[in-house]
Ligand binder design. Structure first.
Ligand code: TPP
Length: 635
């Protein structure tokens, strides 16, 4: 059967549709999204939940002239399908395919790029102010989830917006009561009370009707009505909150009822003050498996649509995340002062294990990385040993808190920076390749990274034992498959290790890149008869000066390898040391790592290749150097 959506290539095609036709478009797109993501994977449950909001907004606003801004962007797949990218969805998040988030350079309909949460209202305020001067008839609409609304920045923006007298400014709060995990904090209670009280309002009007029909005795009706009213006025409501910020509040409206949404947003358009439309939605809507377990279905690998079962990939060793989490659980059980803190990433960081096995040691603070860090600092002041598990990319948010609240006061906070290095399909916004550079200049902090998952477990314990600020970075994905020692030991602070003793060539590796160093070394030895030395540096700060001062001058060719930006990274630290200590070199040191560009979505291995620090590229460059030397010696 022909689909209505086939006749609509761009949002302009939605403008004249009836409510019923809009409903049909939603259903068709939702169905197609389920089909596509079942074959290629991607973010899933959030887009299903935002399907009606996506279509209705493009139906009612003159996009891209009117600006539509999605917070995070992981829920924007239907928006992508509506804005000319339907045919490209099957290659989403793959190399040279479209991005999993929204990007200004991908489409003129992506008014603002994102990937991190809580930015949409700030960007919208900026656009609204600018458009007031250049094109005042334009609307600016931001769509933000209840999880992202917990980010402090969202409130900074509301605070600013409410005082500006903005017109044509609408925030749609897409409230599914979920972040990736259930949303946390007082705000989430407030929102859910509004949604529940909407249900109770409906029950109340039904009750009133029964009374009018004479089916409820007068005395009973009066008593119940009074009690309900008193209970309602006792509690604060979202409308009180947003109206205090200068917004008109509309809602809560059923975010899957097209007619109700059209009505609410049409009313919002007619206001001459900023408006917040509170839409209540179900994450995973329309796919029963995702509705029942939207945490698992937040982002998915390919799956069998009919059975709701994920397709099996190759069996892999345990991930760094899970080894970190198991170790933290163990430490928290042994020492009640050890606690774990997550900023709404319980599953991603593995802290859901801590929540389950040592709940007293577990804290989820919401999408509030800045607060997470200073909260940890506060606990550390009182003798606790907080482990703040925040992805490398999200810790960028809390730079000042790391510097000002933790490091100046030398507080023993451990930053467990998962996804340190390139992260694969999430792409530019999520790369964890800046952390060494942004942390290295801060006095008192230790920066460590393990060569494999066994060393990771020792480093987790060591980091807690050092009693100072420690940033422990480890990559996304599976470990090396090595055995895990039963006993945990504290590694000597600032000491690296020689993992292979050799000559002429030296690889100084940081973290799991040690494996690349070893594999290239093995190939060089096999094909060129030269056995390189390989160092696992373990620490980017403090560097093992003694080891490096001894080993660097012993080798003619010295290379650093890191899964991080070259600028300001581990290799830069080695270069500074060589310069400062006036270490004699036969040849300049060469560095392998990420070039001075944002790394777009692809697999992690492809991203190493794109930046020429995969084993093949390292081998080629090292061998070219050896050949050059041979020619020079021959000459
Ligand atoms: C600063 C930051 N921290 C953490 C994340 C990881 N993250 C991606 S989506 C998400 C949940 C967002 O919840 P919500 O805004 O309610 O959207 P929903 O998925 O429920 O529609 C989180 C925590 C992020 N993108 N940015």
């Amino acid at each position: 059967m022909a689909k209505l959506i086939d006749s609509i290539s761009l949002p302009s095609g939605l403008r004249g549709l009836s409510t019923q036709e809009v409903r049909q478009v939603v259903d068709e797109l939702r169905d197609e999204l389920i089909e596509t993501i079942s074959t290629c994977g991607g973010h899933f449950a959030s887009s299903l939940g935002a399907a009606e909001i996506s279509v209705v907004l493009h139906h009612l606003f003159d996009t891209p002239g009117d600006r539509l801004i999605w917070d995070v962007g992981h829920q924007g797949y239907i928006h992508k399908m509506l804005t000319g990218r339907r045919g490209e969805m099957g290659r989403i998040r793959t190399k040279d395919g479209i991005s999993g988030f929204l990007k200004r350079n991908e489409s003129e309909y992506d008014a603002f790029g994102a990937g991190h949460a809580g930015t949409s209202i700030s960007a919208a305020v900026g656009m609204a102010i600018a458009l007031q001067r250049t094109d005042p008839s334009r609307y600016v609409v931001s769509v933000i989830g209840d999880g992202s609304m917990t980010a402090g920045m969202a409130f900074e923006a509301l605070n600013h917006a409410g005082a500006l007298g903005l017109k044509n400014f609408i925030v749609v709060l897409n409230d599914n009561e979920m972040s990736i995990s259930p949303n946390v904090g007082a705000l989430s209670w407030l929102f859910s009370r509004a949604v529940t009280s909407k249900t109770s309002n409906m029950a109340r009007s039904g009750f009133k009707n029964l009374y009018k029909k004479g089916l409820v005795p007068e005395l009973v009706y009066r008593a119940i009505d009074k009690a309900e009213e008193a209970a309602q006025s006792f509690f604060a409501t979202p409308s009180m909150l947003f109206e205090a910020f200068g917004f008109r509040y509309i809602g809560p409206v059923d975010g899957h009822d097209v007619e109700a949404l059209v009505d609410a947003i049409t009313r919002a358009k007619a206001q001459d003050v900023p408006v917040l439309v509170h839409a209540s939605t179900l994450k995973g809507k329309g796919y029963s498996y995702a509705e029942e377990d939207c945490i698992t279905w937040h982002a998915v690998s390919p799956f069998d649509r009919n059975k709701g079962v994920f397709k099996k990939g190759a069996k892999t060793p345990p991930t760094y995340t899970s080894v970190f989490a198991d170790t933290l659980v163990r430490l928290a059980k042994e020492d009640e002062k050890v606690v774990g803190i997550t900023a709404a990433m319980a599953g991603g960081t593995g802290l859901d294990k801590l929540q389950e096995k040592a709940p007293q040691a577990y804290f989820d603070v919401g999408i509030c990385e800045q607060h997470a860090v200073t909260f940890a600092a506060g606990m550390a002041c009182e003798g606790y040993k907080p482990v703040c598990a925040i992805y490398s990319t999200f810790l960028q948010r809390a730079y000042d808190q790391v510097l000002h609240d933790v490091c100046i006061q030398k507080l023993p906070v451990v930053f467990a920076m998962d996804r340190g290095g390139v992260v694969g399909n999430d792409g530019e916004t999520h790369q964890g390749v800046f952390d060494i550079a942004y942390l290295r200049t801060i006095p008192h902090i230790v920066i460590a990274s393990p060569k494999d998952e066994n060393e990771l477990q020792h480093m987790v314990k060591s980091s807690v034992d050092y009693g100072c600020p420690v940033a422990l970075r480890y990559p996304r994905g599976a470990g090396m498959g090595v055995d895990l020692d039963a006993e945990l030991t504290t590694l000597p602070l600032g000491k690296g290790e020689v993992v292979q003793e050799g000559e002429e060539i030296l690889f100084i590796c940081f973290g799991p890149m040690t494996q690349y160093g070893l594999s290239v070394a093995a190939r060089v030895e096999k094909e060129y008869g030269v056995k390189p030395t390989v160092i696992n540096a373990r620490f980017a700060k403090p560097l093992d000066e003694e080891l490096l001062e001894r080993e660097i001058p012993r080798h003619a060719h010295v290379y650093t390898i890191e899964d991080h930006a070259l600028m300001g990274g581990f290799g830069s630290a080695v270069l500074e040391l060589v310069q400062d200590k006036k270490i004699a070199l036969e040849h300049h040191i060469e560095r392998f790592g990420v070039a001075d560009e944002f790394v777009t979505h692809a697999s992690q291995v492809e991203q190493h290749q794109m930046n020429k620090y995969d084993p093949e590229s390292i081998f080629e460059r090292v061998v070219a150097k050896l050949e050059q030397k041979k020619i020079a010696v021959g000459a």
